[in-house]
Design a protein around this ligand. Sequence first.
Ligand SMILES: Cc1cc2nc3c(=O)[nH]c(=O)nc-3n(C[C@H](O)[C@H](O)[C@H](O)COP(=O)(O)OP(=O)(O)OC[C@H]3O[C@@H](n4cnc5c(N)ncnc54)[C@H](O)[C@@H]3O)c2cc1C
Length: 373
Amino acid sequence: MIQDAEILVVGGGPAGLCAAQAAAETGAKVLVLERDYAPGGQLVKQTHKFFGSEKQRAGERGFQIGEDLLKEIGTNTRIRIMTETTVLGCYEDGVITALRGNKHLKFRPKRLIITTGAAEKFLAFPGNDLPGVYGAGAVQTLMNVAGVKPAERVLMVGSGNIGLIVSYQLKQAGVEIAAIVEAAPRIGGYLVHASKIRRAGIPIMTGWTVKQVLGDGQVEGAVICQLDDKFQRIPETERKVECDVICLAVGLTPLTELCWQAGCEMKFVRELSGHVPVVNDNLETTRSGIYAAGDVTGIEEASSAMVEGRVAGYAAAESLGHSPEIAAQRREEAIGDLRQLRAGPTGGKINAGIEKMKREGGAVHVNLYRYSH
Ligand SMILES: Cc1cc2nc3c(=O)[nH]c(=O)nc-3n(C[C@H](O)[C@H](O)[C@H](O)COP(=O)(O)OP(=O)(O)OC[C@H]3O[C@@H](n4cnc5c(N)ncnc54)[C@H](O)[C@@H]3O)c2cc1C
């Protein structure tokens, strides 16, 4: 049986929850499908205080923002959230398939909002399949969600915000950080995070990388080595590091499988961290009726993911004729909030990426498989 849905949101992270909230606010009925056992996306594991603008809840801890969003949404009868439901397919006739337990479900939404977030990147080196080599997301989940101390001594690879924040949280949990190695000649994350790490006495080694894992059946250490300005290993710079976990924080890439499947036009944009769907200002993809918001449109931050969710939610509701004037006004306000968020120095890279996506992709609506209106 195919179930009808007015607006279907894939993913219950900050972008998905805000999209649902915005669409429901203007009168639409929304179904959110989330593969995890609880909604919240990345927010559930973020115990640190957020940056950004006050309007987007800077100064609050990520998990608290997630809890508040869920509280607000919980009282809205127009929103239904189905957890432990993984969307598998997005078909030409507009049918969406999902797996819940051992049940295969089918939906035919009038509008689809894809907010699937991102996947962690990995590195290739000998021994990277041994137990003890983790992505930073897994370490954060173990530590901040499951309450498990994931290691005694960690080698962190990557000095972006995630590598810096997770290192600090590990230190707070009583885990020793042997070092943070960073292939680039500069620290990637914000100075404020790097300063905290330095004050904690953790060395940040720029121009270094992990060469191989040491250990029989599990991580017992690592060999690190220095890199030249072309990222080539410099011979005879190898050093042994004792550790029981190697944590990779080497970036995220948009999780766009559903956009590809749906036939959305895709572009590789380095500044947005990978292939992204081409979208217009309302975050509608080149497949009419399908919107994308949050990290799936380019790796950024929860603050912008929430505002993007709102833009897509209002736009989808407006296109279905729900309080069109109010929805249009709030959508415009949200677009203004996005511009403001990206106006600072940290927005430069994203703005350049969006420009490139639009210039090279030209957000043209192909209307191949138009959703019902
Ligand atoms: C360590 C760390 C620190 C950070 N610090 C900050 C910060 O200080 N400030 C800030 O603003 N941002 C921060 N961020 C970034 C922020 O967490 C992300 O940008 C934000 O969560 C993106 O929101 P999203 O909704 O697009 O994706 P996500 O939060 O990743 O949510 C996507 C959701 O979609 C679900 N999903 C995926 N595929 C499917 C499918 N096929 N079917 C059903 N469900 C699916 C996932 O389970 C997930 O719940 C940080 C990130 C990390 C990892």
